[in-house]
Design a protein around this ligand. Structure first.
Ligand code: BTN
Length: 323
């Protein structure tokens, strides 16, 4: 760890108390001037640090940067988020996570980027990932599940996101099948779950999450402005991404573990309680056909159950939904 990172860790973990420049200099066996230089560099990066004579340095405010020293204090997990790979800019965190997963990185490794130049959504759509405004991340999970159980992880993730938003912001979001998280009917978060598997077992599940956090209306591209929203727009205030990322890890580890140990039933109950899809008449557009009917629930394997006009029930694996 660099001297600057060490100083930052000390400031963050002091929780607003003064830390002595001399003590840190002694611990690291460097000069007090070296510590002072690090403090100046941190101030230039946007940290608000007060220097109090005879006491030391006090951290008053931090910029919303993605740094492991900011995220780790929020973690209550055993594995998720404990190995963080953080980038300034990448094409897609999903792509990096796929490569990393093949290098046998541990369960719960998290790839995060401040911006993506080629963020991917479902059905090969573009995912806009403005610099510094949202959470663009891909979790490498190695769950104890069979290959058949993997698709439901999208629904497990949706439940974990709903609980994260409630916990951190107090906002009550809803789920639109299969993977959209909505606030006031507009999309706040998307999930892209991809599998790496041998013929008989899961190697890794890459859970990509894109969450709009601090965008204002004008930050959205014209084509999505009527369907997308952010936490800032919905709550009227800015949010610290590190806290949300930490809580996402806590909730994801909890609900993936619940799925591994108790199966899909408890997740299904939670998912259905947050769903805007169930009980609605809707149109499901698939690659080869379009069906209209009433969504009556999800099956034990996460498929949407659509009751058609003739009373027959169809299981939908993947579709675009319109109400
Ligand atoms: C969707 O709703 O279509 C899914 C969107 C998933 C976007 C995230 S952002 C982080 C990760 N990297 C990507 O390229 N995509 C996912």
């Amino acid at each position: 760890m660099s001297t600057k990172d060490y100083v930052l860790n000390k400031l963050l973990s002091a929780n607003g108390q003064a830390i002595s420049g001399q003590d840190i200099a002694d611990e690291l066996e460097v000069s007090r001037t070296a510590i002072w230089k690090c403090v100046k560099e941190l101030e230039e990066e946007g940290y608000s640090i007060e220097s109090i004579r005879k006491k030391g340095y006090v951290l008053h405010d931090s910029p919303d940067v993605l740094h492991d020293a900011h995220i780790t204090p929020y973690l209550k997990t055993e594995q998720y988020g404990r190995n963080l790979i953080i980038f300034d800019e990448v094409e897609s965190t999903q792509k990096i996570a796929h490569d990393e997963a093949q290098q046998e990185v541990p369960n719960g490794t998290l790839v995060i980027a401040d911006s993506q130049t080629g963020g991917r959504g479902r059905l090969a759509r573009t995912w806009y990932s403005a610099r510094g405004k949202g959470i663009w991340m891909s979790l490498i999970a190695r769950p104890h599940l069979s290959i058949e159980q993997a698709p439901q992880l999208t629904l497990v993730t949706a439940v974990a996101i709903i609980h994260t938003l409630k916990e951190v912001t107090g906002l009550e979001a809803q789920i639109k099948w299969p993977n959209d998280i909505l606030l006031n009917g507009k999309k706040i978060t998307g999930i892209l779950t991809e599998l790496q598997a041998d013929p008989d077992r899961i190697q890794a599940v890459i859970i990509g999450i894109g969450m709009n956090v601090n965008q204002q209306e004008t930050d959205f591209e014209d084509e999505i402005t009527s369907i997308a929203t952010s936490l800032r727009i919905e709550s009227g205030k800015k949010w610290e991404r590190a806290e949300i990322i930490g809580e996402l890890m806590n909730q994801l580890e909890k609900y993936v573990h619940m799925y591994e140990t108790h199966g899909f039933s408890p997740i299904k109950m939670l998912w259905e309680s947050y769903s805007v899809t169930i009980g609605k008449k809707l149109t499901a557009r698939m690659v080869n056909e379009t069906l209209r009917g009433e969504a009556i629930g999800i099956s034990e394997n996460g498929l949407l159950q659509l009751k058609l006009r003739d009373g027959s029930i169809r299981s939908i694996y993947s579709a675009d939904i319109e109400f």
